[in-house]
Design a binder for this molecule. Structure first.
Ligand code: ADP
Length: 649
């Protein structure tokens, strides 16, 4: 019993834990995942915007640099020194021209000092002669033979160079911007750092083409701008050329943190974006103004922005920022760790709370179960109604139910007691007829013997011997009568169960004797088959009454038939079987025949108490009554009386 109670308690705890694990754990995991996923989403969104804005801003920075160089060139072209040269070139005076060129040399040197981004400045006449050139802070002297139409040497000639020819074709104030590329150091294989050449045509007041002013600008500043966009550990940024018309240059890196891949067309490395990125990414870079994408291989964020110094869609520079996944997901690891920490904490608290809850739920239930167990042992016990919650309410209801059950049990006992008395009276009525018959014969004999004896005495015919014989017969008959009356008295004695050792076969014999007259009247054959039986510690009167009741029912049900009784030892006790071949019991009555007052007999013939009283008595002895019957084939009642019952039990 104790084990059972413990198992139930464990059951509730387990259920509480399973409920917790089944609800709280998945919810916590789902909640944590939700936080992490939405944080990742937010971080990625923020990073995308940030990276995209980096690319945009650096494209704007490039535009500003180019704009600055264009402004510088325009300012130079409009300077008094250049104006003086244009005038001097129109005049025929070589001296004036030479003076003007000297002034220009000074001005060029001054301008370069002012603007560190300028690599070189050149003044070229319409024939392609470089008349003045300063480079990297130094004047490049004009040496060699005189070059007609001047009586002085030129630095060198660029007459055949494409950029010069193109610059000559520009309108007034037009600016020609070259590719961003590395210059070739004259008479050396080495390439100088990247630069862009800005050229503008010069016109005299008369509108005549008088030359071209060229400024070379270092690209380093732009390179620094690109490289500083994003820290090395967070990703990389690079400048790419968009130039579909020129296969050699389309997609080359112009600036890159890894300098070895810059200007692949010039350095011979030939490395382009097509070597490093998938086509769907590179094609977006080479066609759209701006955009953001995710690298399908590394899931890095790739933002690009396009700027064209040439004012064209198909030729310009693309700033690309490649932000590493760690750059934006870095904080996610911290968030994940903290979420896991909190989730574990919450889970631990929930676990403790659920254990506490389970314990506080099971303890009062345990008390109720204990109380019910005590009530089972002692019906007067009641459960303590401690708490004011549902369990306390339940305990109260169980107590009230126990009160009601006890009351009804007491009531039932009283009713059964009454019924038993009534049935006993009824049985006595039945027996009275039998007794009358039994007593009638010996009493008749006594009367006849007494009359004969008196007549013999009156006539003087009676000798002493025959008188003694008659008196012996009378005493014998009177003895029979007193035996019958003693049996009746013991049967009718009203008392509680008084167990004593009894031989069930003897009691059965007495019961059969009591019903014999009735059996004869109904022409029912009675038989009894017994075997060696143990003595039983029982109330003999009660058992006899049970046997009489069942025998009378069998006799009533089988007029002209038979009632066969068998007595056998079973499980240390005794089983008495009463089999008749009477009308049998209808199936719908089988459940009801042990109910008090249930009878199928005519009014005045049956009370409906025999079986119910019998059942109560056998039950009181710790035994049982079973019945089997088929309508038309008779019935069989099996009464089992257990063997070892202590006196007073
Ligand atoms: P009563 O004999 O006064 O009717 P009982 O309680 O002794 O009351 O029996 C109840 C009913 O059970 C009977 O009326 C009868 O219908 C049925 N019964 C009992 N024993 C038998 C039997 N051997 N065969 C057929 N019916 C029986």
């Amino acid at each position: 019993m104790q084990r059972e109670v413990n198992m139930k308690r464990l059951g509730i705890r387990r259920k509480a834990l399973v409920t917790l694990l089944g609800v709280a754990v998945p919810s916590l995991i789902a909640f944590s995942m939700l936080i992490i996923v939405s944080t990742a989403h937010i971080l990625q969104g923020n990073a995308s915007r940030q990276v995209s804005s980096l690319a945009e801003r650096s494209a704007t920075g490039l535009a500003e640099m180019v704009g600055h160089s264009q402004t510088t060139l325009a300012t130079m072209a409009a300077s008094p020194e250049v104006g003086d040269y244009l005038e001097a070139l129109g005049s025929v005076s070589q001296t004036r021209l030479a003076g003007s060129l000297r002034r220009l040399e000074g001005a060029f040197l001054g301008w370069q000092k002012l603007d560190a981004t300028i690599q070189a400045i050149r003044l070229i006449d319409p024939a392609g002669n470089v008349l003045v050139k300063i480079k990297e802070g130094r004047l490049v002297p004009a040496t060699g033979p005189e070059r007609p139409p001047y009586s002085m040497p030129a630095v060198h000639s660029v007459a055949g160079r494409d950029f010069f020819q193109a610059a000559l074709r520009l309108p007034r104030n037009g600016v020609l911007i070259s590719n961003l590329e590395r210059g070739k150091i004259e008479e050396e294989d080495a390439l100088c750092p990247a630069m862009v050449r800005f050229a503008t045509p010069l016109f005299g007041r008369d509108g005549v083409q008088r030359g071209v002013l060229v400024v070379n600008v270092w690209g380093e500043q732009a390179g620094r701008l690109i490289n500083r966009l994003i820290a090395a550990e967070q990703g990389s940024a690079f400048l790419v050329e968009r130039n579909p018309a020129d296969n050699r240059r389309n997609g080359i890196y112009l600036f890159h943190r890894d300098g070895s891949c810059e200007f692949g067309d010039q350095t011979g490395s030939r490395r382009t974006i097509f070597d490093d990125y998938p086509p769907e990414i590179t094609s977006a870079w080479l066609t759209s103004e701006r955009g953001i994408a995710s690298d399908p291989r590394s899931r890095d964020i790739l933002a690009h922005a396009y700027y064209s110094p040439y004012g064209r869609q198909d030729r310009g520079w693309v700033v690309v920022v490649n932000a590493r996944r760690d750059f934006f997901l870095g904080p996610l690891a911290t968030i994940g760790r903290q979420t896991a920490l909190w989730a574990t904490l919450v889970l631990g608290l929930a676990l403790a709370a659920s254990l506490f809850f389970a314990r506080s739920l099971t303890r009062p239930i345990q008390a109720v179960v204990e109380g019910i167990r005590r009530m089972g042992n002692n019906p007067a016990e009641r459960i303590a109604e401690g708490s004011r919650d549902e369990v306390g309410f339940l305990a109260g209801e169980i107590n009230r139910m126990a009160d009601a059950i006890q009351q009804s049990a007491e009531e039932r006992l009283r009713v059964e007691e009454r019924i038993r008395g009534t049935e006993k009276l009824a049985s006595i009525g039945e027996m009275a007829a039998g007794l009358a018959h039994e007593l009638n014969t010996p009493l008749g004999n006594i009367k006849a013997l007494a009359i004969l004896a008196r007549k013999g005495i009156e006539r003087g015919e009676c000798d002493r011997r025959s008188l003694t014989g008659d008196l012996d017969d009378i005493a014998d008959q009177a003895g029979k009568c007193s035996g019958i009356i003693a049996g009746l008295l013991s049967f009718a004695r009203r008392s509680g169960a008084t167990p004593a050792p009894h031989d069930p076969a003897v009691i059965m014999g007495e019961a059969l004797a009591l019903v014999r007259l009735r059996a004869e009247n109904r022409q029912v054959r009675l038989s009894c088959d017994d075997a060696p039986l143990p003595s039983l510690l029982i109330d003999g009167d009660q058992l006899r009454q049970v046997f009489v009741n069942i025998l009378l029912n069998g006799i009533d049900a089988a007029p002209g038939g038979e009632v066969a009784v068998t007595l056998r030892q079973r499980d240390g006790g005794v089983q008495a079987s009463f089999r008749d071949n009477g009308c049998g019991i209808a199936p719908e009555h089988l459940d009801r025949i042990f109910d008090p007052f249930f009878t199928t007999k005519e009014v005045g013939e049956g009370t409906g108490l025999g079986l119910s009283v019998s059942y109560g008595m056998i039950n009181g002895m710790g035994g049982d009554i079973e019945v089997e019957s088929r309508p038309g084939e008779g019935a069989c009642f099996k009464v089992f009386i257990p063997g070892t019952r202590e006196v007073g039990a």
